[in-house]
Structures are given as structure tokens and as C-alpha cells.
Design a protein around this ligand. Structure first.
Ligand code: UT7
Length: 330
């Protein structure tokens, strides 16, 4: 599987830490020093998960030099679809990717990495040739804006990567590891609300709906700084890669302190750690492709560069992938 294009979609409106401190008891200093976050984008009335994902998809297609009709597969990693039946088919329709099969995949903040690996299996098996992997979330609609412990963390956004089948020696997915541990599911939830409505006689039915995001921040933090280095270490060992061979560390953007801790563990200097937390906060499934797009666009990530990536979050779920960015064919 070769990674040949990427794109991003972001809401227009940016909410700063100072803006938030007018609503909840927080301040710029606390948020920056504990998380590295300075602002986050919040979708406005004309924006949605679909419009953000669409913008990201169009960017990835354009960079890859593909027409939408060439796509065989669209995978949308999201925990916040516009439609619980799935948002990928609507995106497929709006793109005009009429040949492609499109479906959603949910693995919270690990979703993009899980979807990328899923796409790679179809491409390697020869089932499909061209795929679009989108990571997108609009968690602003599921955050309790009165809960300072969570509302300062999340933002909306989308990123997409165009991937295509290739010869094994050109494969840009050099290795991967995926993990789940449902025993720790309660650490981070966007769970159904349990309200019921009376039906007939003694019968009642549950009313559809979800409670806001709830997180045991300290537990998730400990999980991340333990499991991310461990899974990356396994991946590096399995692929015979030394940390100093990596051009970039591309982690899920949840907390700058987590990025720093992982980088320190592998003695990777700050200049090789990709971070856009200051501008966008935690955009869940979108962080990795959003960050990749930004670093490709400004020339930091060049064709042939080697990136160690890791996603982690609710599930609990986590994983790592060793990637080589190819970029569009010359
Ligand atoms: O994307 C999915 C993966 N998610 C993550 O990886 C998140 C992992 N967790 C974290 O990044 C951190 O745990 C947080 C950033 C969520 C929290 O940082 P922390 O250093 O663990 O803070 P804490 O929860 O231990 O809270 C410390 C204090 C508390 O006050 P007391 O009880 O010590 O008086 C909180 O009430 O900070 C208080 N606090 C705040 N103060 C100002 C919590 N949130 C805020 C806030 N502004 N926004």
C-alpha cells in the first residue's frame, strides 16, 4: 500500500483558551501547561462531519491526482457521524465516487490507524486498487461544555489519505500492531443515555441518545505513556528499525506531555516530533491525517520519509504503524 495524497478539512471558527475561560473556570496557563493546547476549531452552523470529511477527501484526491470515480473503497473512521447508519456513503455520493464501497469504522482516537490498516488488507489482497481513508470527528457536539476537565481538550476536524495498491517492495506500511482492552472501557466513554419512554401498558422503549464524553484523565494518561512506547518498541523490534532511523514521530495529538514522554523514551529530538496541538487540540480520529497533511504541505514530510505513528484512546484501543510517505507520483 502506497500513501500518495493527503488532505484536511477544518471548521472556520477557532475557540481560544481565553474564549473558553469566559465559560468555565479555567485559564490559558493551565490548559497550555497541562496539555499544550492553545485553541481548537468548533464546527459552525453550515459545517458538519460530512462537510469537513468532504474537504479532506477532495484535498487527498487532488494531491494524489485521482478522479473520484477511480476510488474502489472509502473508509471513514469516526465516532461522531452525522448519521448513525453511517456517514461514509453520503460522502461517497457527494464526492461522486460511484464505484467505491464506503463504510464507517469506529475505534475512537485510534480509528484512523485502524482504518488505514484495514484498507491496506484490501489493497494487499488485490481486492481493491485505490482507497481513501478518512479520519474525522466533530466531538464538539458530544462534549459537556460545562465540564472543564474535558471541554478544553477536544476540537473538530478531518484528515484523509489516498492509498493505493503497489508492489511489495514499495509498500509504505512497513509494519503495524493493533490492540484493544475492553476491560478498561469505562476510562473514556461517549455512552448511550438510558432514558426510556412508556410505550403500551407495562412496555417501554429506550430513547436514543448519548451522554456527553466522560474521561478519567489520569488513567488514560497513564495508559498512553505506558502502552504507546511499548507498542512502538514492539513494532521497531519487529521491523528491525532503530529510533534514529525515523524521520518523524507522528502520534495521536492528545497531550503535548504524552508526545514529549514518548519522544524522550526513544531519544527522539523535539524537531522530529510532529505536533499541532496548540492550534487544534484533540480532534480524535482526525489528528494523525490532519497532522500528516500539514507537515506534507509545509515540506517537513518529504517523499521517502519514515514515520512512526501511534493512535490511542477510548476502547481502550491503541496501535502503531511504521509508515513511509510516498506522495504523488511525479
Ligand atoms: O484522545 C484520547 C486520549 N486522551 C488522552 O490521552 C488524555 C489523557 N489525559 C490527559 O491528557 C490529562 O490527564 C488531562 C489533560 C485530561 C488532565 O491533566 P492532569 O494533569 O491529569 O490533571 P488532573 O485531572 O489531575 O487535574 C488536576 C487539577 C484538578 O484540581 P484539584 O482536584 O487538584 O484541585 C482539576 O480539577 O486541575 C483541575 N482541572 C483544571 N483546572 C483548570 C482540570 N481541568 C482543568 C481546567 N482548568 N480545564
Amino acid at each position: 500500500m502506497a500513501l500518495v495524497g493527503c488532505g484536511s478539512g477544518l471548521p472556520l471558527h477557532s475557540l481560544s483558551n481565553d474564549d473558553l475561560s469566559a465559560r468555565v473556570d479555567t485559564n490559558d496557563d493551565w490548559i497550555r501547561s497541562r496539555t499544550g493546547i492553545g485553541a481548537r476549531r468548533v464546527a459552525g452552523p453550515g459545517e458538519s462531519l460530512t462537510t469537513l470529511a468532504l474537504a479532506a477527501s477532495r484535498g487527498a484526491l487532488e494531491q494524489a491526482g485521482w478522479a473520484a470515480e477511480e476510488l474502489d473503497l472509502i473508509l471513514l473512521a469516526t465516532s461522531s457521524p452525522d448519521d448513525l447508519f453511517g456517514s461514509a456513503p453520503r460522502i461517497q455520493g457527494l464526492l461522486g465516487a460511484h464505484r467505491a464501497v464506503a463504510f464507517d469504522l469506529t475505534a475512537a482516537c485510534s480509528g484512523f490507524l485502524f482504518a488505514l490498516v484495514t484498507a491496506s488488507q484490501y489493497l494487499r489482497a488485490g481486492t481493491f486498487k485505490k482507497a481513501l481513508v478518512i479520519g474525522a470527528d466533530q466531538l464538539s457536539r458530544w462534549v459537556d461544555w460545562n465540564d472543564r476537565r474535558t471541554c478544553v481538550l477536544f476540537g473538530d476536524g478531518a484528515g484523509a489519505v489516498a492509498v493505493e495498491a503497489c508492489a511489495p517492495d514499495a509498500d509504505g506500511l512497513l509494519g503495524f500492531r493493533l490492540r484493544s482492552d475492553g476491560r478498561r472501557a469505562d476510562c473514556l466513554t461517549l455512552a448511550q443515555s438510558r432514558e426510556r419512554q412508556p410505550l403500551v401498558g407495562e412496555f417501554s422503549a429506550q430513547v436514543g441518545g448519548f451522554a456527553p464524553i466522560a474521561m478519567n484523565g489520569q488513567e488514560v494518561y497513564k495508559f498512553a505513556v505506558r502502552e504507546v512506547p511499548a507498542v512502538l518498541q514492539e513494532l521497531l523490534a519487529e521491523t528491525g528499525t532503530e529510533a534514529d532511523q525515523l524521520d518523524w514521530l507522528l502520534l495521536h495529538q492528545a497531550n503535548q506531555r504524552i508526545l514529549d514522554a514518548v519522544a524522550e523514551r526513544f531519544a527522539i529530538p523535539n524537531e522530529r516530533v510532529l505536533s499541532n496541538l496548540a492550534a487544534y487540540g484533540n480532534t480524535s480520529a482526525a489528528t494523525i491525517p490532519l497532522m500528516l497533511q500539514e507537515a506534507v504541505a509545509d515540506g517537513r514530510v518529504q517523499p521517502g520519509h519514515l514515520l512512526a505513528s501511534s493512535g490511542f484512546g477510548a476502547g481502550l484501543s491503541w496501535g502503531a504503524a511504521l509508515l513511509r510517505w510516498q506522495g504523488p507520483k511525479g
